[in-house]
Design a protein around this ligand. Sequence first.
Ligand SMILES: C[S@@+](CC[C@H](N)C(=O)[O-])C[C@H]1O[C@@H](n2cnc3c(N)ncnc32)[C@H](O)[C@@H]1O
Ligand code: SF4
Ligand code: SF4
Length: 355
Amino acid sequence: MELEEIKRRLENWARGKKEGPVRMELHPTDMCNLKCTFCWKRKEKNPTRKELSETQLLRIVREAAKLGVREWIVSGGGEPLMRKKVTLRVLREIKKYRMWGLLTTNGTLLDEKDAIKLVKMGWDQVQFSIDGPNERINDFLRPPHSFKRAVKAVKTLRKVRKKLRSEKPYIGLNTVLSKMNFNRMDEMIKLADEIGAELVFFEPIYPGYSDIDLSIPKKASRELIRSVKKCEKLAKALGIDTNAREFLEVRLVDKSDLRRKILKEVKKVNGFVGAPCFRPWYLMGIKASGFSGCCSTFERGEFIQGKSLSEVWFGRVFTQLRNEMLNKQIPSYCSKCSIVVFNENRMLRRMIQDG
Ligand SMILES: C[S@@+](CC[C@H](N)C(=O)[O-])C[C@H]1O[C@@H](n2cnc3c(N)ncnc32)[C@H](O)[C@@H]1O
Ligand code: SF4
Ligand code: SF4
């Protein structure tokens, strides 16, 4: 992650000098081949039929490179590999301009040919979504056979990487932490080690899309802390990277009043550094429909069609969102955000305050 570069640009914004985004989050499609129990796709009423075209997406990548973007998260929306040809061309374009990239996928559609393409283009990181250490838990949260298919994809990518003698892409697992798996974090590390993944990245669940309550029970704080500690110990022993430590601050895992907690963090901090979230100044998200926002979980923004990236990034809507953020008026959708974003903001705030 480009934290130093983000800090540098934030300091410039604070001095009145406008800067381009450091990070892009792109959803190539909203189509998906799965219907996971906890995902927003379950509640989706009108899936986007009109997606940004390949030409528009490639143009966005080129413009981003000119604007000084450094890193890309390509995710969904839906499953990026549902639009495989286009997504792989977009990834290749990102690498052509020497930007860093991460792809998040459910893994079920990734075959050996795709793995060879990813390795040969020098793609940097692939995160496979696996939400349980075994078939029973994962395939309760995700549709039947998802576990086997995702595990196969991880092994295929690892095998191809070895065959082509490449260190890249770095392979990770994305695990949504819920009541089904919060006490089995160490088992995710064991799984990663067994199948050839190098990182387990945990994200707390946003429970609002599921018909059953999947949130981690409020009374289970101690159990969660024990789980994190066990997980960290095993990760260290096996040499697997993880962000499990973030979950020690248990109060931030529950999202029901995350917005209030974000505001509390900066209640006594004034000026630019007291903005509750810095993402509007360094991250641009683009959904499959072309709807764009200046953060990751946005619900307010504008369509990029017919406009350049700069016009949107420096335009009226994004400027208004930034001004509101400076006045500590944060959007209601911040409650859907995450401890991971909270911590990134906290780290950036400290870096700026320390000079
Ligand atoms: C929406 S998916 C899109 C990419 C791809 N289809 C996949 O499953 O990896 C991106 C990430 O969001 C996670 N996710 C989905 N619903 C979530 C929720 N309610 N709370 C937290 N994370 C969620 C998924 O598990 C996945 O790791
Ligand atoms: S989490 Fe990913 S794979 Fe599952 S339904 Fe959502 S978009 Fe599809
Ligand atoms: S949802 Fe709120 S906290 Fe999350 S990235 Fe966007 S502005 Fe920041």
